[in-house]
Design a protein around this ligand. Structure first.
Ligand code: BGC
Length: 392
């Protein structure tokens, strides 16, 4: 069965997708955003049928069509990711169909179906729900279209060739180490002192979130165990702290509930959040509860978004994790070249990323913790932002 037949089948097929909810805790999750704002997919037809090539490697030819499926435009990092991929691939002569699914699983499935129907030569996917694309991934495989997982591992499929990401457990470790050093937890431990802490972790359908939580707990669990860190809600397990679809609104709502229910008589000292968007929600909740510079907690984040960097400079966020999306796109592009032209991709991990079916050869970039002290050096001197972007 080849592309044209498949297009017909796809045109009439509906893929039922189950959205996995966050497990424990009983808190109300905010709904995922409405699914009406996806970027249109003006699928340009008709690249002539491509010659068969062995083992999923497409025939050598100038350019080719790459479908890039991104999860959402609601956070700055994905806009940068999509823009980088499009720019770099186009500069190399590829035609690019870039789509955003606005955190809607079915919209992403449809977008990928359209890419397959439009004879894409390769798919680059950053999933909304990492385990919800297995049917459409199988369809791509059947049509001989290789898939590269971008930043988020694609789970439960053998249709993925490579994975470009960051050291996701390392992101969690960096967050944990940041808290440990900034609060000098060893000194607090020796002195019998304690800090209060609450956790706001990532989406349960994103493998990165699971790894991040593990990295955080590798560092902080001993201090929770001996009482140096006190989590008054008792919510430290992943299933009790994960926030579906990385919703900023849910993080704010949780923080408001925690501050009212558990911190009326004692300040929250540390908000350990897994995402800059959560840090924004926490900031709003803290402001609403009357926190000021005097008692503002340590607030972590991830992505070093521009807004987060500005908040770090004004003191309403303490740290973030810088992930160089330009570098990630560079590595991903080498994987596109590998599957389309038989080139050697850059790989630095062949053991860690088991998606329950296969271990996916990966390139992992290194995350870097940033705060007031190194922000200029890491995000400005590197050219990621200009000083003017940050109002410096
Ligand atoms: C990414 C993070 C991002 C989060 C929310 C994760 O998969 O690795 O960088 O903050 O999604 O968009």
């Amino acid at each position: 069965m080849k592309r044209k037949v498949l297009s017909t089948i796809l045109a009439v097929s509906m893929v039922a997708t189950m959205v996995v909810g966050c497990g424990g805790g009983g808190d109300t999750q905010a709904d995922a955003p409405a699914a009406d704002a996806g970027t249109e997919a003006p699928a340009e037809g008709g690249d002539a049928a491509q010659a068969e090539a062995p083992s999923g490697v497409a025939a050598d030819k100038e350019g080719g069509k790459v479908g890039v499926a991104m999860p959402t435009q609601s956070s700055e990092r994905w806009i940068k990711d999509g823009g980088n991929m499009k720019e770099k691939l186009e500069a190399m002569g590829y035609e690019v169909d870039l789509q955003y699914a606005e955190d809607d699983v079915q919209m992403q499935v449809s977008q990928i179906e359209n890419m397959i129907a439009a004879d894409a030569d390769c798919l680059v996917i950053a999933a909304v729900d990492s385990g919800a694309l297995t049917t459409v991934e199988a369809q791509a495989k059947e049509a001989g279209i290789p898939i590269i997982a971008y930043d988020r591992l694609l789970m439960d499929t053998d249709a993925v060739s490579y994975y470009a990401s960051f050291d996701n457990e390392g992101v969690g470790t960096a967050i944990g180490e940041y808290i440990k050093t900034a609060k000098d937890l060893d000194a607090a431990q020796a002195a019998g002192e304690s800090y209060t802490i609450e956790f706001f972790m990532g989406s349960p359908d994103d493998n990165n979130a699971v790894l991040l939580h593990k990295g955080v707990m590798d560092v902080l669990q001993p201090y929770l165990d001996d009482g140096t860190l006190v989590c008054k809600t008792g919510r430290t397990a992943f299933e009790d702290t994960c926030i579906l679809r990385w919703s900023q609104e849910t993080a704010q709502q949780w923080c408001e509930n925690y501050l009212t229910g558990y911190y009326a008589d004692e300040d929250l000292d540390i908000a350990c959040t897994a995402f800059d968007g959560f840090a924004y929600g926490v900031k709003a909740a803290l402001q609403g509860a009357g926190y000021t510079a005097e008692n503002w907690p340590l607030v972590t984040g991830q992505d070093a978004e521009l807004m987060a960097c500005k908040n770090i400079l004004d003191g309403t966020q303490t740290s973030s994790i810088f992930k160089d999306t330009g570098l990630l796109a560079d590595k991903c592009v080498t994987m596109v070249e590998a599957v389309l032209k038989g080139a050697e991709p850059e790989i630095n991990d062949t053991t860690t990323y088991n998606n329950n079916v296969v271990v996916v050869p990966s390139y992992l970039c290194t995350p870097v913790a940033v705060d007031k002290d190194n922000l200029q050096e890491v995000v400005v001197d590197s050219g990621y932002y200009t000083a003017a972007d940050l109002g410096l």
